[in-house]
Structure formats: structure tokens, C-alpha cells
Design a protein around this ligand. Structure first.
Ligand SMILES: *[C@@H]1O[C@H](CO)[C@@H](O)[C@H](O)[C@H]1NC(C)=O
Ligand SMILES: *[C@@H]1O[C@H](CO)[C@@H](O)[C@H](O)[C@H]1NC(C)=O
Ligand SMILES: *[C@@H]1O[C@H](CO)[C@@H](O)[C@H](O)[C@H]1NC(C)=O
Ligand SMILES: *[C@@H]1O[C@H](CO)[C@@H](O)[C@H](O)[C@H]1NC(C)=O
Ligand SMILES: *[C@@H]1O[C@H](CO)[C@@H](O)[C@H](O)[C@H]1NC(C)=O
Ligand SMILES: *[C@@H]1O[C@H](CO)[C@@H](O)[C@H](O)[C@H]1NC(C)=O
Ligand SMILES: *[C@@H]1O[C@H](CO)[C@@H](O)[C@H](O)[C@H]1NC(C)=O
Length: 530
């Protein structure tokens, strides 16, 4: 008879002990944020790792199980097993609780079944207070389980949409970049075919263009294919996690409600079945809660790291592993080449204008003479000096942006021999070649800022600060909500399971007492042999 009571008592004590573990795991997390020792170690860490900037050092200052539980000081570094171990360690209490619960409740269930089998005559003692208390607590914990499930349901839906939005934003940024790279490559390809009055771009520039295009195309391809692959993979994971959470929440809700109803009506066999299922589910929920705490911590670390990186974008950091800044030299070289192409094209056009269009040749200079006449064609404004620095247009020069429009006023009509029959200094063929060349220069010019962004990492910085400002709060809040929901559900169902046992027993005793004892004996405390 002691058997049952002792098991119940030890179970309850154990549960309380377990639950007291949980706030401890939170507070150790808080400590890591504002610990005074952190500030000291920050300077030391910096010196240790010389030129590598440590990201989120305060947040990631955690005990490292792989290093005798000394504090980890390397900052966010996904490829460092000490970092992973120290984050995983934050979720350790959940895994420990899951293991203890699994073993102890499993043993208790076995013990209780053995007790109830080997013992013909159960001891019958009935206490009205114990009965009422167990019922009240059972109701409370069932309600708590339902609330936990509600938190979980809303949390998982929001978490899913905020992760998907973040992912879409990153994919969009990558697509935008590779789209721009492709456009530049297309313009450069068009530049190779430019031919104004039989003048082509110099041979060496053509070779350079081929090389640059190779780099641009392969970068664009890698960037978009890698992002797409990764994003598909992450989306699959997100959907699986969501499904798992959904199933857990639904199963726990059904379990808690069904268990409550069944134990209220005393259907002991079914309750026993549910006890077994609940035993497994609670273990799984604790593990899942640990995984989400881990995820929540890594997300938080990454967000802090991104923010810090945007403040010091030039340093070499561990974030380079996640989103490598585009190779600076290539970006600078592409920019230089695109400037050089523009410079050459404009020079070429201006040479044709000053040496051919604007000169009144005698009719015997046949290729150059086409009866050009009328006002002089304004020359094109070159946006760069020969050393590729920016140049301001001289008065009377036309801008690349509207040269096409301005020059259209200088085009003559030609005879079948290609001779102007009306006033004008550009024949339609020349005009067509020039506008095509301008289109290329102008197009390339528009990508100047894009390359500058790539080269000084403004692009990545912008992406990171957008993520930090727009997406991090949601990711943080909802991953937290999920693990809080999981913990509430797990604890509530854990207590419910034990209360089913206790309540079931009290209920049987109450019924038995009512059947076998005269009225008025209720409330009699202690074991009473039948
Ligand atoms: C790419 O991003 C830039 C700035 O972030 C924006 O101005 C541009 O319109 C975007 N391009 C495309 C094709 O979305
Ligand atoms: C990250 O960890 C790896 C493995 O320990 C190490 O080689 C690398 O230098 C670390 N990177 C940073 C930026 O700390
Ligand atoms: C690009 O041009 C700038 C000057 O405009 C020069 O300082 C730099 O070295 C050039 N970079 C490359 C990779 O050619
Ligand atoms: C254009 O004229 C200038 C001076 O008259 C001369 O130096 C240059 O070589 C000419 N260019 C072409 C392409 O004929
Ligand atoms: C186009 O040319 C006109 C003068 O012809 C000038 O006033 C205007 O600013 C130019 N537009 C652009 C976009 O450069
Ligand atoms: C040359 O152009 C003028 C108009 O500017 C025209 O009157 C004349 O007939 C043209 N000469 C020839 C040979 O086509
Ligand atoms: C300029 O080039 C782009 C891309 O090559 C092309 O789509 C567009 O039609 C061109 N515009 C003109 C005016 O030639």
C-alpha cells in the first residue's frame, strides 16, 4: 500500500525539482548578457584573435562543455564546435529534464502497474480534501496545457511566416544582385560589337571584356543558384518543423482534454493508455523545447552579430562564412573596366564627330564626304578622365542621358548612295551606331553605384541592417514564444499525467467508500482495510 503513495510522492517531488530547473536555465542566459567579467574578457579576446573581429562577444559568453565548462570567448562562429557546444549547453536543462522524466516516469508507471497487479486488495482510504485538491489541480493544469497549446499554435504560424519572409528578402537581394551582374555582362557584350564609322574598341579592351564577363556570369550563376538551393532546403526544414510543432500542439491538446474527461469518468484502462502516450509525448516536447531554445539563442546571436558587423563592415569576421562579401578586387576591377569601356566609347564617338561629321570635306574624300552640312554636332560629355576619375561636363557637351534625343536633330535624309540630300551632319547609319554605343555607355554608367556598393560592402551592410531592423525582432519573439509554449505544454501535461494517477485513485476510493461505508464516514483520513 505504501508502494502507490511512495511512487506518487516521489513523482511529485521530482516534478517540482525538475520544474525548478527551468528558470535556472533562463537566468544563466541573462547572466551572460550583463556580466561584468565580460567587458574585461572582450579586450582580451580581441588581442587573442588579432585581426579577426569577435562578433556578439557578450551574448556568446557561455560555458563551453568541450572545454571543462570554461567560458567560451570566440564570439559567433558557426564553424566553431566550441560555439555550437556552448549554445547547445544552454538547452541542456531541457534535455536533462527530458531524460530524467523519461526514466523516472517510466519506472513509476512500471512500478504502479506491478503494484496494482500483485495486490489483490487495494488499500482504501479516502480524503475529501485530497480528492478536491487533485480535481482542482487537474482542472488547472488541463487549462494550462490548453493555454500552452494556444501559445504554440499562434507561435508556430507567426514563426513560419517571419522565417519565410526573411528568407524571401534574402533571396530577393541575391536575385537583384545577380540580375544586375547579368545586365552588366550583357552591356559589356554589346559593347564588343560597337562599331561607329568602322571604328571598334581596342583589342586589349575586348579581351578584358571577355574576362570580366566570365567572372560576372559565373558569379551571378553561383549566387542565384546557391541562394535558391539553400532557400529551398531551409524552406523544407521550416515546413517540417512547423508540421512537427503543429502535431505536437494538437496531440498535447487532445491528450490533455481526453485524459481529463476519461479520468473524470473513471475509464481507467483508457487513462492508462494515455499515460503511456503522454509519457513519450512529454519527453518529445521537452526535447523540442530545448531545440527551440537553442534556435532562439543562435538567432539572437546572429542578429546581434549582424548589427555589430554593420557597424564595423571592413573587419574580417565570422559572418564572412555565412554571406561572403563579394570579392573586393573583382568588383573594383569590373567597375574600372566598365568605366574604361564607357571612356573609350565616348572618345570614339567624339573622334567621329570632330574628325568626320563636323568637317566640310571636298566631294572627292569619298568615304568621309557624304554632303554633311549645317550646324556642328555637339560633342558627347565624357563622364570620366583617362585615369577613370569622375569628370564634370564642359559647357556645350551633351549628356549621355539625352544625346540620342539631341542628336536626332542633326540627322539628314540620304540618297540611295548614302549622300545627304537634306541639311544635317549625321547620316542615319552613323546615328544608329552612335545611339547603340550611347545606350551601352549609359547602361554601364547606371551600374557604377552598384559596383561601388559591392566593392565597399554597402550592399551586404544594407541587407544585414534591414534584416536586423525588420526581421530579427519577429524571429526572436516567435522563436521565444514557441519554446515558452512548448515548456508550458510540457510542464502542464507532465503534471496532468501525475494528477490523472492521483485523481483516479482518489476517485476510486471515494466511490468505494461511498458504496461500502455508511454516510458520514467521508473525510476519514488514512488507510482503511476493506
Ligand atoms: C535592387 O536593389 C536596389 C536597391 O536595393 C533597387 O534600387 C533596385 O530597384 C533593385 N533592383 C531590382 C531589379 O529589384
Ligand atoms: C571560427 O572557428 C574556426 C574553427 O575553430 C576557426 O578556424 C576560425 O578561425 C574561426 N573564425 C573566426 C572568425 O573566429
Ligand atoms: C581602379 O581604378 C582606381 C582609380 O580610379 C585605381 O586606384 C584602382 O587601383 C583600380 N583598380 C583595379 C583593380 O584596377
Ligand atoms: C582626328 O583628328 C585629330 C586631329 O585632327 C587626329 O589627331 C586624330 O588622329 C584623328 N582621329 C581619327 C580617328 O582620325
Ligand atoms: C537634356 O538636355 C537639356 C538641354 O538640351 C538639358 O537642359 C537637360 O538637363 C538634359 N537632361 C538630362 C537628363 O541630362
Ligand atoms: C547636299 O546637301 C544640300 C542641303 O544641305 C542639298 O541642297 C544638296 O542638294 C546636297 N548635294 C547633293 C549632291 O546631294
Ligand atoms: C538599349 O539596350 C537595352 C539592352 O541591351 C535594350 O533593351 C534597349 O532597347 C536599348 N535601347 C536603345 C534605345 O537602343
Amino acid at each position: 500500500m505504501l508502494c502507490f503513495r511512495a511512487t506518487q510522492f516521489s513523482l511529485l517531488t521530482l516534478l517540482l525539482l525538475l520544474v525548478s530547473f527551468i528558470p535556472f536555465s533562463f537566468s544563466s542566459r541573462e547572466d551572460a548578457e550583463g556580466n561584468n567579467g565580460v567587458v574585461l574578457s572582450w579586450g582580451r579576446t580581441e588581442r587573442l584573435l588579432a585581426d579577426i573581429m569577435v562578433l556578439a562577444p557578450k551574448r556568446t559568453y557561455r560555458k563551453d562543455p568541450l572545454n571543462d565548462f570554461k567560458m567560451y570567448e570566440g564570439g559567433l562562429n558557426i564553424s566553431n564546435r566550441h560555439y555550437l557546444a556552448s549554445v547547445a549547453n544552454t538547452a541542456a536543462p531541457f534535455f536533462v529534464i527530458a531524460a530524467i522524466w523519461f526514466i523516472v516516469f517510466g519506472l513509476s508507471l512500471t512500478l504502479i502497474y506491478i503494484c496494482s497487479c500483485c495486490r489483490r486488495k487495494e488499500p482504501y482510504g479516502y480524503s475529501r480534501i485530497a480528492y478536491a485538491l487533485s480535481l482542482i489541480f487537474l482542472i488547472l493544469f488541463t487549462i494550462a496545457a490548453a493555454i500552452g497549446c494556444a501559445v504554440l499554435f499562434t507561435g508556430q504560424a507567426r514563426f513560419r511566416s517571419s522565417t519565410l519572409n526573411t528568407l524571401d528578402y534574402i533571396v530577393h537581394q541575391a536575385d537583384n544582385t545577380s540580375e544586375n551582374l547579368r545586365s552588366v555582362s550583357d552591356y559589356l557584350s554589346a559593347a564588343k560589337n560597337i562599331n561607329v564609322a568602322q571604328v571598334l574598341l581596342p583589342d586589349e579592351l575586348q579581351t578584358d571584356i571577355d574576362n570580366i564577363r566570365g567572372t560576372l556570369d559565373s558569379t551571378a550563376r553561383t549566387l542565384s543558384s546557391k541562394t535558391r538551393d539553400n532557400s529551398e532546403r531551409i524552406k523544407n526544414i521550416i515546413e517540417s518543423v512547423r508540421l512537427a510543432l503543429f502535431i505536437v500542439a494538437a496531440a498535447m491538446l487532445v491528450l490533455a482534454l481526453l485524459g481529463f474527461v476519461l479520468s473524470f469518468f473513471g475509464m481507467q484502462f483508457l487513462v492508462n493508455l494515455l499515460l503511456f502516450i503522454g509519457w513519450i509525448l512529454v519527453t518529445a516536447t521537452f526535447i523540442l523545447g530545448g531545440v527551440f531554445l537553442l534556435l532562439h539563442n543562435v538567432t539572437g546571436d546572429t542578429c546581434v552579430a549582424m548589427y555589430q558587423w554593420t557597424q564595423h563592415p571592413t573587419e574580417h569576421t565570422a559572418l564572412d562564412d555565412i554571406l561572403p562579401c563579394v570579392d573586393k578586387a573583382s568588383a573594383q576591377e569590373s567597375l574600372n573596366k566598365s568605366k574604361e569601356v564607357t571612356l573609350q566609347i565616348v572618345n570614339q564617338i567624339n573622334t567621329v564627330i570632330s574628325n568626320v561629321s563636323n568637317i566640310n570635306f571636298a566631294p572627292n574624300f569619298v568615304p568621309l564626304y557624304y554632303n554633311q552640312s549645317g550646324p556642328l554636332v555637339p560633342s558627347l560629355c565624357n563622364p570620366y578622365y583617362p585615369d577613370l576619375t569622375d569628370r564634370i561636363c564642359a559647357p556645350g557637351e551633351v549628356d549621355l542621358g539625352n544625346a540620342t534625343e539631341v542628336w536626332s536633330g542633326y540627322v539628314c535624309q540620304v540618297s540611295p548612295q548614302g549622300i545627304c540630300v537634306t541639311t544635317g551632319r549625321l547620316n542615319p547609319t552613323m546615328y544608329g551606331q552612335m545611339t547603340a554605343a550611347i545606350n551601352v555607355s549609359y547602361g554601364l554608367g547606371r551600374f557604377g553605384p552598384f559596383f561601388v556598393d559591392l566593392a565597399d560592402c554597402t550592399f551586404v551592410r544594407q541587407t544585414f541592417s534591414d534584416i536586423d531592423a525588420k526581421y530579427c525582432p519577429g524571429l526572436q519573439r516567435y522563436s521565444e514564444r514557441i519554446y515558452v509554449g512548448l515548456v508550458i505544454v510540457a510542464i502542464a501535461v507532465m503534471f496532468s499525467l501525475v494528477l490523472w494517477l492521483i485523481y483516479g485513485r482518489e476517485r476510486r476510493h471515494r466511490i468505494h467508500t461511498k458504496e461500502h461505508a455508511p454516510r458520514g464516514v467521508e473525510g476519514f483520513e488514512g488507510d482503511k482495510k476493506n
